[in-house]
Design a protein around this ligand. Sequence first.
Ligand code: AMP
Length: 288
Amino acid sequence: MAETEPETQKPQETRKRGDWSLTDFEIGKPLGRGKFGRVYVAREVKSQYVVALKVLFKKQIKKYNIHHQLKREMEIQTSLRHPNILRLYGWFHDDERIVLILEYAHGGELYGLLRDCTYFTEKRAATYILSLAQALAYCHEKDVIHRDIKPENLLLDHEGRLKIADFGWSVQSKNKRRTMCGTLDYLAPELVENKAHDYAVDNWTLGILCYEFLFGVPPFEAESQKDTFQRIVKVDLSFPATPQVSSEARDLITKLLVKDISKRLSLQKIMEHPWIVKNADPTGICNN
Ligand code: AMP
C-alpha cells in the first residue's frame, strides 16, 4: 500500500465529520487487536490516503460501560495537533460498530521494537524521551494529562517518529484529580497511593520509560503487583551493572523518579538536560 499522501489530501479535509461510512474505504490487512475491537490499515477511496481504522463494537462498549471514556478519548485526540501525537481524523458509526479514522503508524508499536533489541542505544532513547517531553508539554499546555504513557501506547510512523496513541485514560482538567488508573509499573507514587495528582504524573512516567528504554525492563518490576506497589512507594531504584549506561542518563532518571512532586524535574528541564542535549536528535527521527 502506498505511503501517506500530502497534507492537502488528508481525509478530514475532504469530508465533514459524520459523513463517513465503511464504503468510503478499501480495507487492508489487520494491524492489531485491542481490548474492544480491531485495527485495520485502509485507504480512503477518493483521496487514496492511507489511514488506520479502529473498529469498536457497540456491544462491547456497552458491556464494559466505556462510552464516556471513549467519547472523552475521541474529543481530546481530535483537538490535538502535534507531530508526536497520533491524529484522529474523524469517526462514524453504524448499528453495530463505531469506527475511528486514525493516522496510520507504519512502524507499529514501540514495544515491539524494544522487545526485538532488548534495550535502545542512548541516542535512540534520548530522541524518544525528547519527543515525548515535547508532546507532553503541548498536552499540558492544553490542560490534558495523559496518565497512561507506556510502550504499548507508543507507535512509530514510517520515518521512525514516535507517536503517542490511545488517550483512553487522559483527562482534561485544571484541577487535581483523584482516580486510580493505568498500569502499575508506569504509575507515579501519588497515583498508586490514590492521592491527588496533576501533570507531574506524566513526568514520572518519562523517568520510568527512560529506564526501560536503556535497561530493557521497568525499574520497579516485581513478582507481584503488591511488591511493585511497595517498590514504587519507596522509590526503590537501582541501576544494573549491565548494560553500561552513562552517568548523565542515570542522573536524568534519578531526577524524574522523585516522590516529592515539587522536586520532580519539569518537562522544560528534561528538554534542557545535558544527556538529552548531547544525545537526542531534535528531528525526532532515529535510524540507529
Ligand atoms: P488498540 O486497540 O489501540 O490497542 O490497537 C491494537 C493494536 O493495533 C496496537 O497495539 C497496534 O499494534 C495496532 N494499531 C493501533 N492503532 C494503530 C495505528 N494508528 N497505526 C498502526 N497500528 C495501529
